[in-house]
Design a protein around this ligand. Structure first.
Ligand SMILES: Cc1cc2nc3c(=O)[nH]c(=O)nc-3n(C[C@H](O)[C@H](O)[C@H](O)COP(=O)(O)OP(=O)(O)OC[C@H]3O[C@@H](n4cnc5c(N)ncnc54)[C@H](O)[C@@H]3O)c2cc1C
Length: 461
């Protein structure tokens, strides 16, 4: 179902000069098209699926979630991505509206029914009077497109990736990213597993937990290390992993206890059969609204498919697991944004072209959509003669933008999730410790954001 778009007018009064071309209809491109159209421009969204697909996408829907169905923590006072959610809601984000409308239970996280979410974004954009969607692959934006946003993501089609490489002089645009398996709920043995959120957050029982004792855990780690992995092609061997999304077998290789302090940590959980905290735990999170599919949290992997089935079935409760999807590993494309982009996400060498989404070197669904939101706002402001200033650096939107365009070291640049480390320190008079520090930063961020949104609105009137 489409979400209301409150259009002010159809194409009347707008000509080709007020057209913004957005390449890629993922998280970032969909948000950029929405922001551009809501801001008064005409948006043409070029999405190559279903004409051509990627290694990870499965549908022709816009804003398809290729792996997890989670937008991570929704706690704006204590978590930077939760704060980014709240800022985007205040800035009229389509991705957050669709996410809120298709929410599934996930403790303190915002997780969504992936199909309902993608359909809501698709139908809303299709129904918008100022948006045209063209299903075609773009090799490079036409020279007469005055305003362009490239949001083709980590799996940018090869021709466009080559064109970007040629024009920017980038030697390489890649690193590796992995996806986690999904299990059918009916195949999980609930006489062994139990429902509980860590520290009973959210509804208290949003996750399925499979307990492992010490011997089971050690055998599982040994099996991961010995299991057959997908081999890399020669040209892939020099491509690094993203540290925030390591395959489990890579984590296991770092030390026998690494997983027990990572995705398999048992803290905040108590096995009802023993009344005690297990030695280690595997958690599954609901993946669709029906509750029939469950995602194995943090279990992205490059184990061969037959090995995944064999090894994951050694987990108590998953002995008869049936997998709706197995894990996998993909190449990921991103720019050296600190070197190539200006503070409004424009390519310095060709300012008619902006970039947005994961290709700018942010990491994650929400961060990608956030850069789409900013690119759309910047583009429409520029086109209609009311330049939009970047959001203040103490906001999550501003901190992330400042990091990728200015703050990060171009020599060592790697994709970045939003986090409070990117925010400017509190003034000496406001300084507080621990969780109160995050709260103070979050409150400062929303106050600054509201001023910025007010200024942007006033400039548009
Ligand atoms: C395998 C994998 C798993 C990931 N898992 C997660 C996860 O679990 N959680 C998370 O937060 N993030 C994850 N990410 C990272 C990232 O947040 C997502 O990839 C996110 O979808 C990025 O948003 P985007 O809009 O930049 O790109 P996308 O959502 O990928 O959208 C890009 C769009 O551009 C289209 N396109 C590409 N080239 C062209 C072209 N030349 N012409 C026209 N259209 C084109 C594609 O078809 C696609 O629809 C994952 C990434 C990968 C690769």
């Amino acid at each position: 179902m489409a979400l209301g778009n409150e259009p002010e007018e159809r194409y009347s009064g707008l000509n080709m000069d007020s057209e913004i071309h957005i390449v890629g209809g993922g998280l970032a491109g969909s948000e950029a098209a929405w922001q551009a159209a809501q801001g008064g421009a005409r948006a043409v969204l070029h999405e190559m699926r279903p004409v051509r697909s990627t290694d990870a996408h499965k549908t022709d829907g816009l804003a398809e979630l290729v792996c997890s169905n989670s937008f991570r923590s929704d706690d704006w006072e204590n978590n930077a991505v939760g704060l980014l959610h709240e800022e985007m809601r205040r800035a009229g984000s389509l991705i957050l509206r669709a996410g809120d409308a298709h929410r599934v239970p996930a403790g303190g996280a915002l997780a969504v029914d992936r199909d309902g979410f993608s359909q809501a974004v698709t139908h809303t954009l299709e129904g918008h009077p100022r948006i045209q969607i063209r299903r075609e692959e773009i090799a490079w934006p036409l020279e007469d497109w005055r305003s362009v946003i490239i949001a083709t993501g980590p799996l940018t089609a090869p021709k466009l990736a080559d064109a970007i490489r040629t024009r920017t002089g980038e030697e390489s645009l890649a690193f590796f990213d992995a996806i986690a398996p999904v299990v059918y709920r009916e195949s999980i043995d609930m006489s062994v597993a139990w429902m509980q959120s860590r520290y009973d957050k959210g509804d208290g029982a949003d996750y399925i937990n499979c307990p492992l004792d010490e011997a089971q855990y050690r055998a599982f780690v040994a099996a991961l290390l010995a299991g057959a992995k997908t081999e890399f092609k020669d040209w892939e061997t020099s491509t690094p992993y993203f540290e925030g999304c390591l395959p489990i077998e890579v984590m296991a290789a770092r030390g026998e206890d690494t997983l027990r302090f990572g995705p398999m940590k048992p803290v905040g959980l108590s096995d009802p059969r023993t009344g005690r905290r297990p030695y280690a735990v595997v958690q599954l999170r609901q993946d669709n609204a029906l509750g029939t599919l469950w995602n194995v949290v943090g279990f992205q992997t490059k184990l061969k498919h037959a090995e995944q089935t064999r090894i994951f079935r050694t987990i108590p409760g998953l002995e008869n697991a049936s997998f709706a999807r197995l894990g996998g590993l993909h190449r990921n494309t991103f720019l050296n944004s600190p070197r190539l982009l200006d503070g409004a996400l424009r390519l310095k060498a060709e300012p008619r072209i902006r970039f947005a989404g994961q290709i700018t070197g942010v990491e994650g669904y929400v961060e990608s959509a956030a850069m789409g939101l900013l690119a759309g706002r910047f583009a429409v402001g520029e086109l209609l003669g009311r330049a939009v200033r970047p959001p203040p650096p103490a906001t999550a939107l501003g901190a992330l933008l400042a990091h990728i365009t200015q703050g990060a070291d171009a020599k060592t640049f790697q994709p970045m999730n939003v986090n409070f480390g990117l925010f400017p320190e509190l003034a000496a008079s406001e300084r507080v410790r621990g969780r109160d520090r995050k709260k103070a930063m979050a409150h400062r961020a929303l106050a600054d954001l509201d001023v910025w949104l007010g200024q942007t609105r006033a400039a548009a009137e």
